[in-house]
Design a protein. Structure first.
Length: 568
């Protein structure tokens, strides 16, 4: 394939005409970059070949949606990071093989210079420190700095070619590369790499990257296999297909996480507040992967994963008429703890959604959103909530788990549409009293929520957590199923999520020292919070969790607190 043909031209030929030759040309052009990055990250050359194939499977599936301005090498490098992460998690879960020691990866024979130049002893020693940390460090750079590093060192392009790809001059590209190297060296040093001697300066680090061949040659025959299987992705093996699927889930999460940040910032700007606590709410855990939120979320649960809670100072936004009208409708008055904004929504809401998500990738006009009110301004937003029911409104709008509510004659699936504004810090009593007022006003339902203590047969967790650090606990019947995303939180959040899944309280009798501070878990395709779990599946799920964690679950009669809905 002629090197003068642009990446974009080859992509269009593949997408529009299904040209296998065009796809093979892209593979030959980038297989070295992808394979070497995979080797650095998974530290197993056999697994790296699977990762390489999976990356190009992802390319084949997503090529038609890539913007024309995409710098393909940088995009493939990022996809390689996602795919390597998915592969390592899969290997850990299946325990099919152990990763080779880092010393095997860092040996001088594993890395050869461009054009057959062997690295010297000093640079090999530096590479032993830097190689395993390199890709994570590059990922911490800004987008333009990251592109410059990938183009210059991972692809081995000249400064002129770097400038052309980034739309700048050769001199500007040189300065960009040097600045990026300086930042990269600082990040590597902060993460424990011994950046001295052969890498005492940013320029020396650049020389090391060039000499150690970030784009080392891929194994013979890999490009041909990748080109064949990637262009016809149905031909890939089950392992490669599973890795590619996991990578695309992580990619989706990355996009949704960005949308969550946009949502929080948009709320701050529209509120006109100078200091706003941003927190996109999402159940009881912090979602880390896309499909856990986008595909496995129950009806009515917010599908936008949250960023970590932060406090951000923003300049007051210029107040024009539409912002003022929007805020007038969505603000809470003194003493008000809950407001329902019923459809049809005001026209200014569309402006808000566009400000929150200018490309309208995640904003949904006819879906409901949950807004948090901090006493002075809108300070959080979660959603969209496509199907809103009484149960989901209790759980995900008010924070009262549906399994702690006795619904009586009211159906759990009763539809409650609209946007909801909830006062931060309000007690459950006040929120539920306010919800009763909304039900009376908007649905002509006279109810009250009474707090009661009842005896129930519930699972009780005991023992000591023995799962190795980094284990992802599978909250489904067997570990053979392919879950779609992970959630992270402390032990209390883990047991709350398990209770959400089983739709019954789970008593946590595990002493805090007997479990890790941080737990990571995954929902399966047939076991999702908010969905009806088969009665015979509950014991199977608990048994599987016990096998993975070392805990024991027994059923005992315990007195628990519930909210009972009584008709007036």
């Amino acid at each position: 394939m002629d090197e003068a043909i642009s990446d974009n031209s080859l992509l269009r030929a593949f997408c529009d005409g299904g040209s296998a030759d065009a796809f093979a040309g892209l593979v030959r052009r980038y297989v070295g970059l992808v394979h070497s990055a995979a080797v650095r990250q998974v530290r197993d050359r056999h697994l790296a070949e699977d990762v390489t194939q999976a990356v190009f499977v992802v390319l084949a599936r997503k090529a038609a949606r890539l913007p024309a301005e995409t710098v393909l090498g940088a995009w493939l490098w990022q996809v390689t990071r996602y795919t390597a992460r998915a592969a390592v998690r899969r290997e850990r879960r299946l325990k099919a093989r152990e990763r080779r020691k880092a010393a095997d990866l860092a040996s001088a024979n594993d890395y050869r210079g461009v054009g057959g130049r062997s690295a010297g002893d000093a640079s090999a020693a530096s590479w032993a420190e830097i190689g395993p940390l390199l890709d994570d460090a590059v990922a911490r750079l800004g987008e333009r700095d990251r592109r410059a590093i990938v183009l210059r060192f991972f692809e081995g392009r000249s400064l002129r070619e770097v400038g052309d790809a980034m739309g700048t001059s050769q001199d500007a590209a040189k300065q960009r590369v040097l600045r990026a190297l300086a930042k990269l060296r600082g990040t590597l040093t902060a993460r424990g790499a011994a950046c001295g001697g052969a890498t005492a300066t940013a320029a020396a680090l650049g020389s090391l990257l060039s000499d150690q061949a970030a784009t080392a040659a891929a194994p013979a025959g890999l490009a041909e296999a990748v080109a064949t299987n990637g262009a016809a992705s149905a031909q890939v093996g089950a392992g490669v297909g599973a890795i590619a699927k996991g990578a695309m889930a992580i990619m989706t999460y990355a996009k949704l996480k960005t949308a969550a940040v946009i949502a929080a910032v948009a709320v701050a700007l529209l509120a006109g507040s100078s200091i706003v606590a941003m927190n996109a709410l999402h159940g009881r855990g912090t979602s880390r992967r896309a499909d856990a939120a986008a595909q496995n979320s129950p009806a009515g649960k917010p599908t936008t994963p949250p960023p970590t809670t932060t406090t951000t100072t923003q300049p007051a936004a210029p107040d024009d008429n539409w912002q003022a009208r929007f805020n007038a409708v969505y603000r809470l008055e003194t003493g008000e703890v809950l407001k329902r904004v019923a459809p049809p929504f005001i026209a200014e809401r569309e402006k808000f959604l566009s400000a929150m998500d200018p490309r309208r990738r995640f904003a949904v006009s006819n879906a409901g959103y949950r807004f948090g009110w901090n006493g002075a301004a809108l300070a959080a937003v979660a959603g969209p909530m496509q199907a809103q029911t009484l149960a989901s409104t209790l759980s995900y709008t008010l924070g009262v788990p549906a399994y702690r509510v006795e619904f009586g004659d009211l159906p759990r699936g009763m539809r409650l549409s609209g946007d909801w504004v909830v006062r931060d810090g309000a007690t459950d009593d006040r929120r539920l009293a306010a919800l009763a007022g909304v039900l009376a006003r908007d649905w002509n339902l006279g109810v009250r929520f009474e707090r009661r203590r009842v005896s129930r047969d519930v699972p009780v967790a005991r023992g000591r957590w023995t799962a190795p650090a980094g284990t992802v606990v599978c909250l489904y019947e067997t570990n053979d199923a392919q879950g779609r995303g992970t959630v992270e939180g402390d032990g209390a959040k883990f047991f709350a999520s398990l209770a959400d899944l089983l739709d019954e309280p789970v008593v946590d009798d595990v002493a805090p020292p007997a479990r890790p501070q941080n737990v990571e878990w995954r929902y399966g395709p047939d076991a999702q919070p908010g969905a009806a779990v088969r009665p015979d599946a509950i014991d199977a799920i608990l048994s599987n969790v016990a096998r993975q964690t070392g805990l024991t679950f027994t059923r005992e009669t315990r007195e628990i607190e519930v909210w009972s809905i009584q008709k007036k």
